[in-house]
Design a protein around this ligand. Structure first.
Ligand code: AMP
Ligand code: MG
Length: 354
């Protein structure tokens, strides 16, 4: 069923509250509102309303065993929906509001639909003012996965959401492009007070270790799940963020990478292909790979720009009919680990080490 989607552009010169009243009414009455956060755009509904949560799965085309993150406006609101603990508050004091999601044992106030049938619930307190004001005005926690159709990259601009969700949601709030551009860091808290990193993001393992909390990195962050292995986070088992064409990650100096690319496209008679290149290498590739489409990924040392650009590049590339996209393999540490995690999925784990 197609619904009428209202697109609302936020005017930064006007008070936010007045501009978000209609959106809050939609959430309260069980509708869907897409809104910006500091990570990516979210597709929001009342987390305490099972029918509303069902609408999220339908709009995204998302399997209903892949649970939703609930968004709150202050860390203590988690008390109503989860069994919190000391580690939660140590994390919250340092990183909330901000791009960190914590998995905790759920209270019955969160319907099983929202939790994808699990006994736990994922809690996040976003920093983005549009997001936090909308949650506060709605008076309920907002369940919000990324506002993309299942299987395409998370949206980092209102246009990405408009492309994916027009006719499927009641409202899209255009608040400009997202600051960070990759989804939140997700950790679960273990009985021994260590945490397991399930999804890397802007808040790094080192940031959490610095609080004196031990961080275990789940195998699936860097590798694919082995046959028969149970996913600690249901999202790990689904193919994610993948363009329709082949993506190859090259772990190599630019000279060797260019040789490989030339041989690869020549050997296969490929006419249309793309290279995602660090700014300092753009000139080199443009000179050598005369018929390649080159995307500028930002400087090699500037992981914030790369995080900000990645999903937009993948979406733009998906609109072309490239046979293959070549991209550099990021270092698997710090914020690089968040890029690495998204890029090995986009590449279906195809890494070429030269
Ligand atoms: P998205 O909302 O698109 O950023 O995806 C949310 C991610 O959070 C998915 O990968 C889920 O698997 C994960 N998630 C949500 N709730 C839980 C939970 N209770 N336990 C483990 N992972 C969760
Ligand atoms: Mg998602």
């Amino acid at each position: 069923m197609r619904i009428d989607t209202k697109i609302v552009r936020i005017d930064s010169g006007m008070p936010l509250e007045a501009q978000l009243l209609d959106a809050a009414e939609i959430i309260k009455s069980g509708g869907l509102v897409a809104f910006p956060t500091e990570t990516v755009y979210g597709l929001g509904a009342d987390a305490t309303n099972s029918d509303a949560a069902m609408k999220i799965y339908a709009a995204k085309g998302r399997p209903s065993d892949n649970p939703l993150i609930i968004h709150i406006s202050t860390p203590t609101e988690a008390e109503g929906y989860a069994h919190t603990c000391e580690v939660y508050y140590r994390l919250a004091r340092e990183f909330m509001p901000g791009p960190l999601t914590v998995i905790l044992p759920a209270r019955e106030s969160v319907p099983r639909t929202t939790r994808g049938g699990l006994d736990t619930v994922a809690v996040r307190c976003p920093e983005n003012k549009i997001a936090s004001t909308l949650i506060r005005l709605s008076g309920v926690p907002i369940a919000a996965p990324s506002a993309n159709r299942s299987g395409s990259p998370s949206p980092t601009s209102a246009q990405h959401v408009i492309d994916d969700m027009t006719g499927r949601v009641d409202m899209i709030i255009d608040g400009g492009s997202c600051d960070f551009g990759l989804e939140s860091t997700i950790v679960s808290v273990n009985p021994d007070e260590s945490v397991t990193l399930l999804r890397p993001g802007k808040i790094t393992a080192a940031d959490i270790t610095a609080l004196g909390i031990e961080v275990i990195i789940a195998d699936a962050v860097k590798d694919r799940l082995r046959d028969g292995e149970i996913a600690l986070s249901p999202g790990m088992k689904y193919r994610h963020y993948a363009p329709s064409c082949e993506v190859l990650l090259l772990d190599a100096e630019k000279e060797k990478a260019a040789d490989f690319i030339l041989n690869y496209v020549k050997g296969r008679g490929i006419a249309k292909y793309a290279v995602i290149a660090y700014s300092e290498d753009v000139g080199f590739y443009t000179g050598l790979l005369t018929n390649a489409y080159i995307y500028n990924f930002g400087e090699k040392a500037d992981e914030m720009t790369q995080a900000h650009s990645l999903f937009d590049i993948l979406r733009r590339a998906d609109k072309e009919d490239f046979s293959v996209i070549f991209a550099p393999l990021p270092p698997a540490e710090g914020i690089g680990l968040a890029l690495y995690n998204r890029m090995i999925r986009a590449a279906a784990h195809k890494i070429i080490r030269l």
